[in-house]
Design a protein around this ligand. Sequence first.
Ligand SMILES: Cc1cc2nc3c(=O)[nH]c(=O)nc-3n(C[C@H](O)[C@H](O)[C@H](O)COP(=O)(O)OP(=O)(O)OC[C@H]3O[C@@H](n4cnc5c(N)ncnc54)[C@H](O)[C@@H]3O)c2cc1C
Length: 473
Amino acid sequence: METLKADVVVVGAGSGGLSAALAAAQGGARVIVFEKLPMPGGYSLMAEGIFAAESIIQERDYIGVTKEEAFKNHMNSTHWCANGRLVRAFIEKSASSIDWVMQLGVKFSKVLTLWPGGPRTWHMMEGGGKALVEALAKSAKEKGVSIFTTTPAKKLLIDENNRVSGIIAQEKDGNDIQVDTPVVIIAGGSYANNKEWIDKYTDLQFEPISIVPMQQTGDHIQMAWDAGAALDGMGVMMAIPAVPGERPTSHLWAAAVQPLLWINKLGERFCDESLGFYFPIAANALAKQKDGVMYTIFDENSKRMLIEHGTDVSLGVFVPVTTKLDQLDAEIQKGVAEGKAFVENSLETLAKKIDVQPKILQKTVHEINQAFEENEDNIFAKNHKYLQPIKKEPFYAVKCTFHIFTTLGGIKINHKTEVLDKGLNVIPGLYAVGNCAGGMYGWDYDVFTTGGALGFAVNAGRIAAENALEYNK
Ligand SMILES: Cc1cc2nc3c(=O)[nH]c(=O)nc-3n(C[C@H](O)[C@H](O)[C@H](O)COP(=O)(O)OP(=O)(O)OC[C@H]3O[C@@H](n4cnc5c(N)ncnc54)[C@H](O)[C@@H]3O)c2cc1C
């Protein structure tokens, strides 16, 4: 078996791993990165924007979200299930990480939020996560970091003093490679593609769909557990209601998350549909419905409004707020052929098409029409400005199901990103960052800290590198 030496080995070349690798190399360390896929990037390639508070971009745009506000918002909305010291460390670093990636050539367009008046923390990168990953990988290579692709890390080596002493990975040709190193930073991302674990660690009563099938199976998390790491945050997810098989630019998906009428398989409303603004919270409500399925119901007038006046709720930068859904008619037609959109001239036939009792759908539609007339939703208290009647045929239904963007936990760490064992003792030399680390969230993705998942990867990566450099001194 080939044996190499390094000061720091990083598992996973997403934004978390590459940030850790680059920051460690900038501090003078010899760094090796193992990436199991043929190219770097992971889910970071798909992200649109990154969290920061008090950044130069926010200053430029007169956006006054302070670190303190961001911290309080995050801790309150996670009900202090998150690790306050870790969250504070991440938020404190976030503005400097914007400067750091700008120095690598990343450009920011604007800073967004998810809902009207929400905290604007979501820093949109020109070229999205792909541009960030490319900039990090290029700078890391220039600093001498070796990135081995198609080389999954398999086993941590721990010495008799319980310290990290090395790691074994499997090279492209199937042979093992060993690196003797005092530091391993695990940044292997989520386990969103591990059906068994999703079933085991969540209370979902159905099989969710992963938005990006990418071999995110959690083998790196298992590797840390096998070395004695404690579990943290298993079952926590960033989820969203989505139309199966649709891309984020889809006008059909965009229509389905508008605050129209949402019903479950029983034909009943189950939430205030303006939860569409806060996608992870909408997903929480959907998670409790039969099979994780909902239908968005609207009439010809509402459809015309979406085409002529545009949307209230965005699909990130892909379908921004106020987008006129000019592709909606064509996508509905395609959706009908694919069995996820339905168009009928009566509510009765629409109900039959989606397998709901016609009387129940008619009652639900009557309720929403009455709420519109009375200007008050006395069931779910939806803001009256989003109440729309369902009167003019044809009537439409679009199917949405519970989808996972990513999972948000696995390995227990402290505020220095050091991995902890079950007795909460540090495993010296072992760090974990990004989607595979617990402690950043409570039960779900926090909407107040929009961009926080990518932000946590980058900032925790930098924090891990700083602490690893200190450890290696
Ligand atoms: C469609 C989509 C859009 C998103 N948009 C946003 C957004 O706008 N803002 C935001 O904050 N978050 C967003 N997220 C979430 C965000 O992308 C992730 O939270 C973030 O990228 C996680 O970074 P990471 O470095 O932890 O993991 P990843 O970027 O997934 O990288 C992990 C890497 O580790 C590799 N790996 C795994 N196991 C091993 C192993 N054993 N050996 C070697 N390598 C291994 C993987 O192949 C992968 O390349 C989005 C997610 C998706 C799917």
